[in-house]
Design a protein around this ligand. Structure first.
Ligand SMILES: *Cc1c(COP(=O)(O)O)cnc(C)c1O
Length: 393
């Protein structure tokens, strides 16, 4: 009843920009979410990779409660402890030199694009501004990050765009070499294309790309909005590839549920943006950075990360062993997992999971995407596998 009323009011009062599941959620606890009637759902979505510590994590909840009672916001005109502490943790963990905090993934990528262009314009020429991105990438919904997104279907109705992006095929170094020229300042990419289908890039391509970029001082801009903060068993996915990015963007898992994003810059790019070049009213606010500081203090731990890696490997191996013709492919790294199925069947399969009390995501047209909380237990993974076996039988 309550759910029906919510649905009706949502339709009347909320812009209809989202296709939603027929489910109203009330609260969560660990890896479980509960609807308005108290029915439990095993959450393999983490709010699209955000709730890395699950729901209502006691340490994160307490840290945020304390911070709310102390200071939520003061603007970037002043120093605060959580902001400095979160930045310090990120730099010390990665060897990157400096952090900038934004409120979302798209804004993090905007900061990355601005820093890259300014670096290139001040060190080379004012027209060295082009950024290459990959076909089937996803970088956000603002005008610039939409343009960076290499999928035409997202572009329609939103022209004109800013000039300055071109698209290359993933895993095709020749295409990169053909399209990069002396006007190119950076190449921006996800190491696992998330939204378009959980597709890890070929490590050989990524290393060739790094080499190519280094030779020309084209900046390597890694979008870790989805893959970052422990998701792939390393604090950042680029560590799995053994590369050194010039700038890294992050967001989803960083606040464990509180909206926050940001970038990390290396020696070269750290000084590109100077006072007055970039900013955000809400960015780095004490509430948001307390979340990041707390999440990092738990996730940036060798045992925690090793556990994510092992659980991911176990999950994927067991999924691959399910004897179902319906599974075309299982791929991913750590706890970022895609199960490719027939596009005709995917809607029904996701609904069947939900009916059995398990929430999963879709990526692209044919991939069931799993982004469980990083704290998921082996027992909960086994429960999920049982549901998949039933649904895929
Ligand atoms: C989700 C996502 C974004 C956009 O993040 P928002 O917080 O929705 O703006 C950008 N890049 C990647 C790789 C993402 O997965």
């Amino acid at each position: 009843m309550e759910h029906a009323q919510l649905k009706a009011d949502e339709k009347q009062y909320v812009m209809q920009t989202y296709g939603r599941f027929d489910l109203s959620l009330d609260h969560g606890d660990g890896c479980y979410l509960y609807d308005l009637d108290g029915k439990a759902y095993l959450d393999l979505t983490s709010g699209i990779g955000v709730n890395c510590l699950g729901h209502a994590h006691p340490i994160l909840t307490r840290a945020l409660q304390e911070q709310v009672g102390k200071l939520m916001h003061v603007s970037n005109l002043y120093y605060t402890k959580p902001m400095v502490s979160a930045a310090k943790q990120l730099c010390e963990a990665t060897g990157m030199k400096k952090a900038f905090f934004s409120n979302s993934g798209a804004e993090a990528n905007e900061a990355m694009i601005k820093a890259a262009r300014k670096y290139s314009q001040t060190n080379y020429a004012m027209d060295r501004t082009k950024i290459l991105t990959l076909v089937n990438s996803f970088h956000g919904r603002t005008i610039a990050t939409l343009e960076a997104t290499g999928q035409d279907k997202f572009h329609q109705y939103f022209y004109p765009f800013t000039d300055g992006f071109d698209y290359v095929e993933a895993n095709n170094i020749d295409d990169v070499k053909a399209k990069a020229d002396d006007k190119t300042c950076g190449i921006m990419l996800e190491l696992i294309q998330g939204e378009s289908g959980v597709r890890p890039l070929d490590p050989v391509f990524v290393r060739e790309l790094e080499q190519f970029c280094k030779e020309r001082d084209i900046l390597l801009l890694i979008d870790e909005v989805q893959t970052g903060i422990g998701r792939t068993g390393k604090l950042f996915c680029y560590e799995n590839y053994g590369i050194e990015p010039d700038i890294v963007s992050m967001a989803k898992g960083l606040g464990g549920g509180v909206p926050i994003g940001g970038i990390l810059t290396n020696e070269k790019t750290s000084t590109a943006l100077q006072a007055g070049d970039h900013g955000s009213t809400f960015g780095a606010n004490p509430l948001a950075t307390t979340s990041a500081d707390t999440v990092l203090s738990l996730v940036n731990d060798p045992d925690f990360l090793k556990d994510v890696e092992q659980k991911g490997t176990y999950f994927m191996e067991r999924l691959k062993a399910i004897p179902s013709e319906r599974i075309k492919d299982v791929r991913g790294i750590g706890l970022m997992i895609g199960i490719e199925v027939d596009p005709e069947e995917i809607g029904g399969l996701i609904q069947a999971c939900m009916d059995r009390g398990m929430l999963v995501l879709k990526a692209g047209t044919n991939t069931i995407r799993l982004l469980p909380p990083l704290i998921i237990t082996k027992k909960q993974i086994d429960d999920a596998l049982n549901i998949f076996e039933e649904v895929l039988a």
